[in-house]
Design a protein around this ligand. Structure first.
Ligand code: ATP
Length: 296
């Protein structure tokens, strides 16, 4: 499949800070890729370089086979970045129409108002919108030109539950039309449900890359969770077969093991005080924590 985005040995150094460190990444057309990583990992810097907003200190970036700064390339992309701004003096519908006028084949105004959940705000001044509504307006503006590649940098911050659901439905619909979508988020459940591929970045480097399922199964293995009685201790659990980690949340405990069958037998044989036992694969959040811990 053709690459929509190609980074080769890309680094970005700000004074003495290496924000992105020799990153090589190819993103195929039509995929939804989530870039995950802790604060300061280099996600926004990476996106800015792909968009041509920042120049790499080293390495090359290709977007849709061309230079990200090329106007013909820019016409085919849409971006919703962290800094939200609205055009002063324009109403919501007028702002969207202004953006639509930049493109040859824009999406319909009514569709854009609908997917951004701004139908009732059409005639309000853009500057009077709430923070969450302004983000939704930025989403409509990013989609105005029916872009082939869409960048969403922490897009759902400040959105209410209904808008968030509609937002991800729209993103999935765009993916269904073969669009390439690159997003960053700290909401791992969102990445888990929407992304085909997850790239985890830490200190400017890729530390994991795969489908959500691959990332989860490779890093966390399986775990047994249960509600523990007062006699159960971390030390006692660590002595059981294959146990690699123990995490508590109140009296709810997650016991990670590379042999959950043997673990369950031992828990029963040794008569551990427990109820509501479940065996499962760790979630993306667990995988993410494990990866970042290993890398640091
Ligand atoms: N303009 C800049 N000048 C100096 N340092 C910068 C600049 N932009 C980013 N950095 C530094 O580069 C590193 C990566 O920042 P970046 O914003 O790319 O991280 P991020 O993964 O997007 O983080 P977050 O999740 O907090 O948005 C950080 O240490 C940051 O302080």
């Amino acid at each position: 499949m053709k690459a929509a985005i190609q980074l080769n040995g890309v680094s970005k150094i700000y004074k003495d800070k290496k924000a992105v460190d020799n990153l090589t990444l190819s993103i195929a057309e039509g995929t939804v890729v989530a870039l995950l990583g802790p604060n300061g990992a280099g996600k926004t810097t990476t996106v800015s370089m792909i968009l041509g907003l920042h120049k790499p200190t080293k390495g090359t970036v290709k977007l849709l086979g061309g230079d990200p700064g090329d106007a013909r390339v820019r016409d085919r992309i849409g971006a919703m970045l962290q800094d939200v701004s609205v055009i002063e003096g324009l109403k919501v519908g007028e702002s969207i129409n202004l953006f639509r006028s930049y493109y040859e084949r824009p999406l319909d105004l009514d569709y854009l108002l609908k997917v951004s959940n701004l139908e009732s705000e059409k005639n309000k001044m853009a500057s009077s919108l709430s923070g969450g509504q302004q983000r939704r307006l930025n989403f409509a503006l990013a989609l105005a030109g029916d872009p082939e590649v869409i960048f969403l940098d922490e897009p759902t911050v400040g959105m209410d539950v209904t808008s968030r659901q509609l937002f991800w439905e729209t993103v999935r619909a765009m993916a269904g039309k073969g669009r390439t979508i690159v997003l960053t988020t700290h909401y791992l459940d969102e990445a888990d449900s929407v992304a085909d591929r997850i790239v985890v970045i830490n200190n400017g480097k890729i530390i994991a890359d795969g489908t959500p399922g691959e990332i989860k199964s490779e890093t966390t293995g399986r775990m047994v969770t249960f509600v523990a009685g007062p006699t159960v201790t971390t030390d006692a659990l660590h002595r059981l077969p294959g146990v690699t980690d123990v995490e508590w949340s109140g009296r709810q405990v997650k016991v990670f093991s590379n042999d959950t069958d043997a673990l369950i037998k031992a828990l029963v044989l040794e008569n551990f005080d427990m109820r509501d036992i479940e065996i499962s694969t760790g979630g993306l959040e667990d995988a993410f924590q494990a990866l970042v811990q290993q890398a640091n």
